[in-house]
Design a protein around this ligand. Structure first.
Ligand SMILES: Cc1cc2nc3c(=O)[nH]c(=O)nc-3n(C[C@H](O)[C@H](O)[C@H](O)COP(=O)(O)OP(=O)(O)OC[C@H]3O[C@@H](n4cnc5c(N)ncnc54)[C@H](O)[C@@H]3O)c2cc1C
Length: 298
């Protein structure tokens, strides 16, 4: 269904001119995403506020015009492609961080904020937001929530469903809904937050998200590995020390040989130790010079 000039006029009364694209050449870039599917929208709108989203949705609902919500189009399933034509509602200008509350471990953001911007803002307070679909620099929180995108970190931390406290959204007939709580414990009632997350924009347009922040691990995987190697080395030295100690106790090692650090180092050099032992045996007359020489020559 073609969008009439009258409807475009009505939209222009709600939105300033720079928040509306009508030219085909301008709209083209908003007709595809990372799925490589493509369809032409008739209009592209760029609301900046929750109220502007309500106005657009109410008008489109009244006129029976389909709306496709779009973050940054990095999704791979084609859910941001306007296959029914109509309006593409881009959230790219709803990109403000509205609140950061380190004490409550939460951040309230508009949906067009990139995942990276959330990570950067959280990091300033010693936090991070665990979901990261590895497209953080570009993808939006709205897209992350609509797709429940978590990337590889999902294995350790879970998905956006586990890291979102609540949402503000606009339903298909232009009504506002709020879901969830501002507290980490929110046990009462239907869990509409989890329902909206992963719904691919089919139930409502998310206009605000309250994200639950996490504490990043104290060490990076590389640092953990380095520490493990260090522990392994200490463990070996300790083991060598124990063997050495027993060796001295049972008289299998030269006198004056003690469990000093340098001797523990030496203990790891088994060849050198064998040579010292052969000399000791020779001096005590328990081994011939020839036998000692054999060890020396090895
Ligand atoms: C290099 C690379 C790696 C990726 N790795 C992963 C990965 O590991 N896991 C993964 O899941 N994805 C991955 N993706 C896909 C993609 O980046 C994510 O799914 C991302 O969450 C999409 O965000 P977007 O802002 O681009 O959303 P878009 O692609 O624009 O939209 C995605 C969906 O969200 C809806 N939507 C957007 N904003 C809203 C809103 N405010 N309210 C309601 N619905 C909305 C759209 O209608 C659409 O259904 C990857 C992409 C790239 C390029």
């Amino acid at each position: 269904m073609a969008i009439s000039p009258d409807i475009i006029r009505q939209l222009r009364t709600q939105l300033s001119a720079d928040k509306l694209l009508t030219e085909k050449s301008d709209c083209l870039a908003y007709g595809y995403d990372n799925s490589r599917l493509q369809a032409m929208p008739e209009l592209v709108v760029f609301p900046e506020t929750h109220d502007e989203v309500i106005g657009i949705v109410q008008l489109c609902a009244r006129e029976n015009i389909p709306i496709t919500t779009r973050g940054r189009g990095t999704g791979t399933t084609g859910a941001a492609v306007p296959t029914l034509g109509g309006v593409v509602l881009s959230t790219e200008r709803m990109a403000r961080i509205l609140e950061i509350s380190p004490d409550d471990r939460l951040m309230v953001v508009q949906p067009g904020v990139t995942n990276q911007a959330v990570q950067d803002a959280a990091a300033e307070h010693g936090f991070f937001w665990p979901p990261d679909p590895t497209s953080a620099a570009v993808c939006t929180i709205g897209g992350n929530l609509a797709y429940n995108s978590a990337g590889p970190r999902a294995v350790k931390y879970g998905t956006p469903r586990e890291h979102t406290l609540g949402l503000r959204a606009v339903t298909g007939n232009g009504e506002e809904i709020r879901t969830g709580t501002r507290t980490t414990k929110g046990v009462v009632g239907y869990d509409f937050t989890r329902l909206l997350i992963g719904s691919e924009g089919s139930l409502a347009i998310i206009t605000e998200a309250t994200t639950l922040l996490g504490k990043p691990p104290a060490m990076s995987p590389a640092e953990v590995m380095a520490l493990q190697e260090q522990h392994m080395a200490y463990g070996l030295k300790y083991l060598a020390g124990v063997v050495l100690h027993i060796g001295v106790e049972v008289g299998a090692l030269p006198e004056g040989f003690d469990v000093e650090y340098e001797n523990v180092e030496l203990m790891l050099d088994f060849d050198k130790l064998r040579r010292i032992y052969a000399v000791k045996q020779y001096r005590e007359g328990r081994q011939s010079e020839g036998q000692m020489q054999l060890v020396e020559d090895e």
